[in-house]
Design a protein around this ligand. Structure first.
Ligand code: ADP
Ligand code: MG
Length: 650
């Protein structure tokens, strides 16, 4: 027991600054769906029961001869108080201050981060515009315990931690401070917590039993602890939610609404899942899985840890909230696994190292891939959405997990030079190869639109060769390691020689001719090579251009340019190789320039033009000119010449 609370008037504690902001927002937002406080408090109560159930496996004395876990809602309409009581683990003095005085939960923190990101500060005067932003966000996040202050002007928490001999009372009006005072053991629960809400004037409706019952059924029907309701402090408890874990029930008894509601609680999402999979594995290992592919991207999808987070139960005892049940490339799947085989009484860490756990993990990955494949076949539209949201994550598996590569190739969808929507499969691609085409061609970059307009694609387009447009960062990596698909290697259109001359040009199209360049052009190319020696490795005639005069590509021995850039960004520089400048030898500008150069009297102009061609190719790749000042000086000189025209010719 700490001394400050043992004698005299209770010492007020100030909330952590973030909590004060959040509380202010809660109280001032005109939020239509205030009902969520019920779900949040029930979820905390259920968590507390599950924690004690786990602790009691090794220390059975903690629960004594309790008749089972339950959550009890009591309505005292006269006093305007509703109470959420649980016989869970309870909180010690320090836990109480830590948990209810600071932002503990990940959901709450993510909420505040989002709020900061969206640039809306929580106005200190309840300014209606910022409050509206906040209200909308509250709708998207579970914001935990503090949601109680949406309906209560005072909250008291009485708690007794199982296995201890102290109990505490926490009181706050949600306006910046709270107090913690000792609670007499006679007045305290045997173990667990009571959260008492003094309903505010505008929230008295929550004191109606029908209202509360409906909210519980709607939002908490899948909670794994039973919920009882007492219409009045002295009435008999009435069970309003059975507390049977949803995954343990037969599928036929579970409505889609119930699955969706369970998903929302589990995932902290407010949408509906794109895919729900519920199965029981029998055989060597027995376990039940309830897994969801979210209907939209969770906020932490690209968090650096790349960890999957699943709830792991062993025979209905919650072992951990964040078991690493899936490989990183399936981390977007939210799931509950309940195993009958794993040992209960070993530590959480040990469980994750057990071979049974590894086998379960493998079984789940197999099944999820099967289900995704099935969805792709049976409901292309929903699958397209799943791919849009999570394709970038699934593709990490192509790179990381060679064993799953073929399965993932079947799931992968691509935007191509023929089709902007990412809906083409590799099978589609290989099914429409052009005569003499031997590779699967791709281009990588950030922006699919710019990729589609890349000069490097022109020669491919003229020959009707489809090119995959790869715009996710992970693409630059997997294409390097994947050996190919159905015997066709992946090749970058911006890397090495294109060698597509043997594919016939389509009717009505033109492409750089495959005749050797005219002698003047050859001379110009070697002049260019000399002039640009610092910046490019080589200058050569190209077969991959049609309308444009030039483009940059990576040399044969170098890495793809996009990959080099990504590695440079992450600091893994390695050797930056110089690119190759490819020139369209039949482009009119190139031909005219070659003539001038051959005539021998316009060297400064040709030199300016050579650098400008080089810089233009850089710009087409999304880079800046190599030297901005020199670039503008050259451009000005050339434009001046053009503007003065033939009349001013010296
Ligand atoms: P979250 O549940 O996401 O952690 P909350 O704001 O809902 O965030 O709760 C904050 C913390 O307060 C919980 O993590 C828990 O430690 C504690 N807590 C809240 N309610 C209870 C309860 N009924 N019993 C025990 N601990 C609780
Ligand atoms: Mg909570």
């Amino acid at each position: 027991m700490t001394t400050t609370e043992t004698a005299g008037a209770p010492q007020p504690h100030a909330f952590q600054a973030d909590v004060s902001r959040l509380l202010h927002l809660m109280v001032h937002s005109i939020y239509s769906d205030r009902d969520i406080f019920v779900r949040e408090l029930i979820s905390n109560a259920a968590d507390a029961c599950e924690k004690l159930r786990y602790e009691a496996v090794s220390t059975p004395g903690l629960i004594g001869n309790d008749e089972g876990f339950s959550i009890r809602l009591t309505i005292d309409a006269e006093a305007g108080i509703i109470t959420f009581a649980d016989n869970g683990i309870g909180m010690s003095h320090d836990e109480l201050i830590g948990a209810l005085g600071t932002i503990a939960s990940s959901g709450t923190r993510a909420f505040l981060e989002k709020l900061n990101q969206s640039g809306s500060k929580v106005a200190q005067d309840g300014d209606s515009e910022t409050a509206a932003v906040g209200a909308d966000l509250i709708g998207q996040f579970g914001i935990g315990f503090y949601s109680a202050f949406m309906v209560a002007d005072q909250v008291e928490v009485q708690t007794h931690k199982a296995g201890t001999t102290e109990a505490w009372s926490w009181v706050s009006d949600g306006k910046g401070t709270f107090t913690v005072t000792p609670l007499a053991m006679e007045a305290a629960p045997a173990h667990g917590t009571r959260v008492m809400l003094h309903l505010s004037e505008s929230s008295k409706e929550y004191a109606q039993p029908g209202r509360l019952e409906r909210i519980v059924r709607e939002h908490s029907g899948a909670v794994a602890v039973p919920v009882d309701l007492l219409d009045k402090p002295d009435s008999e408890p009435r069970r309003i939610s059975e507390g049977t874990a949803i995954w343990a029930r037969p599928k036929s008894e579970i409505t889609p609404e119930l699955y969706d509601e369970f998903y929302r609680g589990l995932a902290g999402q407010f949408d509906s899942p794109a895919l729900t999979v519920h199965w029981r594995a029998e055989g060597r290992h027995e376990y039940t899985v309830l897994a969801f592919v979210p209907g939209s991207r969770p906020l932490d999808l690209f968090a650096p840890a790349r960890k999957s987070r699943g709830k792991l139960y062993v025979r209905r005892v919650l072992i951990t909230h964040d078991a690493d049940l899936l490989p990183g490339w399936l981390r977007f799947v939210r799931l509950v696994v309940d195993s009958s085989d794993l040992p209960l009484n070993v530590s959480r860490e040990m469980i994750q190292d057990s071979p049974i756990f590894a086998a379960i993990r493998k079984g789940i990955v197999n099944r999820l891939l099967q289900e995704l494949t099935k969805l792709a076949e049976s409901d292309a539209e929903t699958y397209a959405k799943v791919w849009r949201d999570f394709g970038a994550v699934l593709k990490e598996g192509i790179y990381e997990d060679p064993e799953r590569r073929d399965q993932l190739f079947k799931l992968a969808r691509f935007a191509t030079s023929k089709q902007a929507e990412p809906t083409r499969t590799l099978a589609d691609y290989v099914g429409s190869l052009r005569e003499n085409q031997t590779a699967i061609w791709y281009i990588t970059g950030d922006d699919p639109k710019r990729l589609a307009a890349s000069p490097q694609l022109e020669g491919f387009r003229a020959r009707g060769i489809e090119v995959l447009l790869l715009s996710d960062p992970v693409d630059a990596f997997w294409v390097e390691t994947a050996l190919g698909y159905e015997g066709k290697p992946f090749k970058s259109v911006t890397h090495g020689m294109a060698d597509i001359k043997s594919v016939p040009v389509m009717e009505g199209e033109t492409a750089a001719s495959d005749a050797p360049p005219a002698p003047e052009v050859a001379t110009l190319l070697s002049f260019m090579k000399e002039t640009l020696a610092e910046s490019v490795e080589d200058v050569r005639a190209s077969d991959r251009l049609a309308a444009s005069a030039a483009c940059l590509v990576a040399p044969e021995h170098g890495r793809d340019r996009r990959l080099e850039r990504l590695l440079a960004e992450t600091g893994n520089l390695g050797m930056l190789s110089k690119p190759v400048l490819e020139i369209n030898p039949t482009h009119p500008m190139v031909a005219a320039l070659a003539q001038r150069f051959a005539a021998g009297d316009e060297r400064p102009l040709v030199e300016d033009a050579v650098w400008l061609i080089h810089d233009e190719a850089r710009v087409a790749d999304g880079d800046a000119p190599a030297d901005a000042a020199a670039f503008s000086a050259r451009l000005t000189r050339v434009l001046t010449r053009a503007a003065l025209g033939a009349a001013a010719k010296p």
